[in-house]
Structure formats: C-alpha cells, structure tokens
Design a protein around this ligand. Structure first.
Ligand SMILES: C[S@@+](CC[C@H](N)C(=O)[O-])C[C@H]1O[C@@H](n2cnc3c(N)ncnc32)[C@H](O)[C@@H]1O
Length: 271
C-alpha cells in the first residue's frame, strides 16, 4: 500500500497536532511536528490518535462491523441481505449492473469530469473503493474506515489497485487537510454515525470548492418487516427533504436524490 506516496502524504493531517503533510514515511510513519508514531495494520495505516484509548463501538451493528467473519462475508452475504431487509427489492439487487448502486455512485461522483484525490468514507471491505480506483487509475483513492477487520478485508481485495491507500480513522474527525478531495463517496454508513452533522461538517471541510459529496442511506422501509427490523437494530432512517435541509445548513448546495427501493442515493456540492 502506497503510504509513501507524496500525493497521499501531502493531504494527511496529523490526528494529534493537526499539522498537514508532516508525516515522515518509515516502517511506522511519524509526525515530524509532534512525534506521534502511527501504527501500520495489515495493509492499512492507522490514523486514529489512540492516546485516549480505542474507540468503543456505539451500536450492536458496529460490533458486527468489527468482526472478521462479518468483514469476510460482508460483500457476498451480509450487505445484500441487510439491504434487502432494510430497503426491499430494487435497492441492493444487481449492485454491479447497469442501474446498480456502483454505477449510480460512480456516475454521480463525476470521476471523468474532475480530478481526485477521492475518498471512500466508511469504505467497509472496499466494494466502492475498488470501483473508484478502477475509474480513476491515475488518482489517489483513499478508503477510510474505523473497523480494523473491514480494512484488512479491503486490503486483501485491493491488491491489484496500486492507487488505493487504506486508512483507519473516524468520520467525525477526518485526518485530512482542508479542501483536498475532488469527491467523497459515503455509501450506506450515515445510520452508523453518532453525530451525522459533525460528519457532514468534516466532509464539507475536506472537499475542494466545487467538490461533490455522494452518499446513500435508508429512507422509510417499504415493508412492515423492514420497519420492525430497523427499529429492533436501532437503525436510523433519513428523510430526503430533511437531509437536504440539513446539508444546506452545513453549507452544501445542489442537493439531488435518486430512490432505489427503500434506499436513496444523494449528491450535494460544496459551493
Ligand atoms: C454498512 S457498512 C458500509 C460499507 C461500504 N461503504 C459499503 O457500502 O459496502 C458501514 C461502515 O461504516 C463504518 N463506520 C462506522 N462508524 C464509523 C466512523 N465513526 N468512522 C468511520 N467509519 C465508520 C463501519 O465500520 C462499516 O464498515
């Protein structure tokens, strides 16, 4: 994994002293400003400042996301089943097909129209990261997640993608400089955050002016079973008009959305 890539180092912000571009590449990269040494996991760089200890998983779903077994089965079994239960038919079906989620996200990011770097925020095992890396082979594509197990699974699958860098971090406090990304992808993770508004602020801060934010999340479940499952798992759902107002308060504009069953993909732009 290219932790030494100068184009990647230039956008990293030290999670402790917030210095930008201060990472000295080494076996364990160190911040030249404050001396923080960052751990290297199995295929990813740990950009969490662990001075205050390991983060604790806030929800039952997140505890599953930390499991190696779930990470391994995520793309083939967990994700399609979860999406089907939460969003009904039409959401997760044919993900890689012509009208599937991967196509809609990639197209909405406009990867042909603008330069990177690109961030796949809460990348899980890297389904979207790999699609983004293939669409922009000359650009830095960063996959960030808080789960070690997910990042290890992502690293194992991204071996053929030289432009992918995987990092561990928290979406509430992104370890990147201001205004660096051409676009940020954020599939199926809003419901997992403690404070989505803080995540929106961080996405807005790290996007370049004109950069796009593309996300997907669950709207109201189309079936009684889906509604009960969401309630039992404590999973938050988002109403598109509410999300539009929320993102506009944070400073985004040009909100658009596309329904896929009980889920929706949205795009907003940093002015
Ligand atoms: C449902 S998965 C979605 C994975 C991937 N984007 C996809 O659509 O296949 C949600 C992901 O969000 C990650 N996550 C949860 N809380 C996070 C946080 N605070 N910061 C970064 N990632 C987080 C989880 O570890 C998990 O991998």
């Amino acid at each position: 994994m290219p932790f030494r890539d100068p184009a990647f180092i230039a956008i990293v912000r030290c999670p402790r002293c917030q210095a930008v571009g201060s990472l000295a590449p080494a076996r364990e990269p160190t911040c030249e400003r404050c001396g923080l040494t960052l751990a290297v996991g199995n295929g990813f760089l740990d950009l969490l400042d662990l001075a205050a200890g390991e983060p604790t998983a806030p929800t039952a779903e997140q505890r599953f996301m930390e499991s190696e077994l779930v990470a391994r089965l995520y793309e083939r079994v967990w994700r399609p089943t979860f999406v089907r239960v939460m969003a009904g038919r039409g959401a997760g079906a044919g993900i890689g097909g012509p009208a599937g989620e991967l196509f809609v996200h990639r197209h909405s990011l406009g990867m042909d129209e603008r330069p990177g770097p690109w961030l796949d925020l809460s990348c899980g095992p890297g389904l979207f990261t790999r699609a983004m890396a293939a669409a922009a082979p000359g650009a830095v594509v960063v996959g960030l997640d808080i789960s070690r197990a997910m990042l290890e699974a992502a690293a194992a699958r991204a071996t053929g993608y030289a432009n992918v860098t995987l990092v561990r971090g928290d979406a509430h406090s992104l370890p990147f400089a201001d205004g660096v990304f051409g676009g940020i992808n954020n599939a199926g993770a809003l419901h997992a955050y403690d404070d989505p508004e803080q995540v929106f602020r961080e996405i807005h801060r790290t996007l370049r002016p004109g950069g796009v934010y593309v996300g997907s999340t669950f709207a109201e479940a189309p079936t009684v079973f889906g509604r009960l499952a969401a309630r039992a798992a404590g999973i938050r759902r988002f109403d598109p008009p509410e999300l539009r107002a929320w993102l506009s308060r944070v400073g985004f504009h040009e909100f658009e959305e596309l329904r896929l069953g009980g889920a929706f993909v949205f795009r907003a732009r940093r002015p």
